[in-house]
Design a protein around this ligand. Structure first.
Ligand code: PEP
Ligand code: MN
Length: 280
């Protein structure tokens, strides 16, 4: 074969806006608890970094629902930088998330780290999260591309927008068209914030692709005080939703305490976003 010559559109032809002018709307959950993200539907995903106990996740689920969240997050299998840090409660946490969904009706979003757990995720969870560290785990992407379950694809922390869209293309080309993109910041030179939240990527990706794009200001900044302003900036930049780490007692979170906000702070964000959307 000769030298491959692809235009950008050919490279991510299914994720591209070209030929797919309508926004994709991802449908999550079923029946009366169904939630949509994209095409004007704003999704607010909130919950702790990690599921710590059934009591903790049920309590937080009720609190974030009262504060305006439409989906519940909570890490069960945690991708921790150090092997000595809390690794998550694993399968037990999935059943605790199910209890929290039963208590509130909120669909659940949690990270899949290995194909081994995929059958369990298909049975138990509503949205499969592919984390930043696994954005280019092509074996995992191919496995998830073959299932019928919405996927939240986080941007790799040193990935370009094009690489991110090509990872989405893996999901779409395998047959899974229920893909939500999530900007969560990229690595920069300044340790004042945990990452550099690339908000310009929101209008850019919405220009390039029909897929919904949400923002995670928690991992994007690493600081609780920056979560509200960046949430509003994300909404103003056209994001289709937010993913925010919330705990009833942020200081006691077993992971990511510094970037975790209270349900009251989430309620303020919800109020301000509603006001902002009325003025946009
Ligand atoms: C998370 O959302 O739980 C997480 C680990 O985020 P990221 O993959 O963006 O680091
Ligand atoms: Mn976290």
């Amino acid at each position: 074969m000769g030298k491959e010559q692809h235009t950008t559109e050919q490279e991510y032809r299914l994720a591209s806006r070209a030929g797919h002018p309508a926004d994709t709307v991802v449908e999550i959950g079923a029946g009366k608890d169904r939630v949509r993200i994209g095409g004007g539907h704003f999704g607010l995903i909130a919950g702790p970094c990690s599921v710590e106990s059934e009591e903790q996740i049920v309590r937080i689920a009720k609190a974030v629902k009262a504060a305006g969240a439409t989906l519940l997050r909570g890490g069960a299998f945690k991708p921790r930088t150090s092997p000595y840090d809390f690794q998550g409660l694993g399968t037990d946490a999935l059943y605790m998330l199910v209890k929290a969904r039963e208590a509130t009706g909120l669909p659940i979003v949690t990270e899949l780290m290995s194909e081994k757990e995929l059958p369990l995720f298909l049975d138990l969870v509503d949205v499969i999260q592919i984390g930043s560290r696994n954005m280019q785990n092509y074996a995992l992407l191919k496995a998830v591309s073959r299932v019928h379950k919405p996927v939240l694809l986080k941007r790799g922390y040193s990935s370009t927008v094009k690489e991110w869209l090509l990872s989405a293309e893996y999901l779409l080309s395998g047959g899974n068209d229920q893909v939500i993109l999530c900007e969560r910041g990229v690595r920069g030179f300044d340790s004042s914030t945990r990452n550099v939240l690339d908000l310009a990527a929101i209008p850019l990706v919405k220009e390039l692709s029909h897929l919904p794009v949400i923002v995670d200001p928690s991992h994007g900044t690493g600081r609780a005080s920056l979560v509200a302003p960046m949430s509003l900036a994300a909404a103003a930049s056209g994001a289709d939703g937010l993913m925010i780490e919330v705990h009833v007692d942020p200081a006691c979170s077993v992971s990511d305490a510094a970037q975790t906000i209270t349900p009251d702070c989430l309620a303020d964000i919800t109020t301000h976003i509603k006001a902002l959307k009325n003025t946009l």
